[in-house]
Design a protein around this ligand. Structure first.
Ligand code: HEC
Ligand code: HEC
Length: 80
């Protein structure tokens, strides 16, 4: 009986772990929900290929941080 209970709990933990961990980002940032384009765990907002028209409003005129304080150059060299 005890063995069955222990097995049941282990089963629950495995299921929970399987559901939970893939959705957790490794990133230190917590971007808004519209940042849906996942690039190796860094979530980008759509329009990422034209950042000078789509991202500057929050990430700064030069994409170096701006009001949200996340600079594109932190992870990228200049490529735009
Ligand atoms: C409305 C404001 C806003 C706009 C516009 C915006 N961002 Fe962000 N972004 C944020 C905020 C807020 C964060 C999270 C900051 C933090 O957690 O300190 C963030 C974080 C990020 C991160 C880090 C996410 C991670 O998981 O590490 C990336 C990458 C990013 N933005 C890319 C983009 C790109 C690309 C665009 C343009 C296509 C864009 N953002 C436009 C507000 C914005
Ligand atoms: C937390 C790290 C991080 C930040 C901050 C970040 N990126 Fe990225 N980005 C990545 C990673 C990782 C990739 C996928 C690897 C690659 O293609 O270089 C990527 C990919 C991209 C791509 C696709 C590149 C390709 O060749 O397909 C674009 C465009 C891009 N990012 C734009 C931006 C812009 C614009 C910002 C700032 C608003 C930004 N990124 C901020 C990590 C980041």
């Amino acid at each position: 009986m005890l063995k069955k209970i222990a097995f049941f709990f282990m089963f629950c933990i495995i299921i929970l772990a399987a559901c939970k961990f893939p959705t957790q980002s490794k990133s230190k940032y917590n971007p808004p929900a519209d940042h849906k384009i996942n690039k190796s765990d860094a979530r980008h907002k759509s329009g990422l290929y034209s950042p000078l028209s789509n991202c500057v409003s929050c990430h700064g005129d030069n994409l170096k941080g701006g009001s949200v304080g996340v600079s594109c150059f932190e992870c990228h060299n200049k490529k735009w």
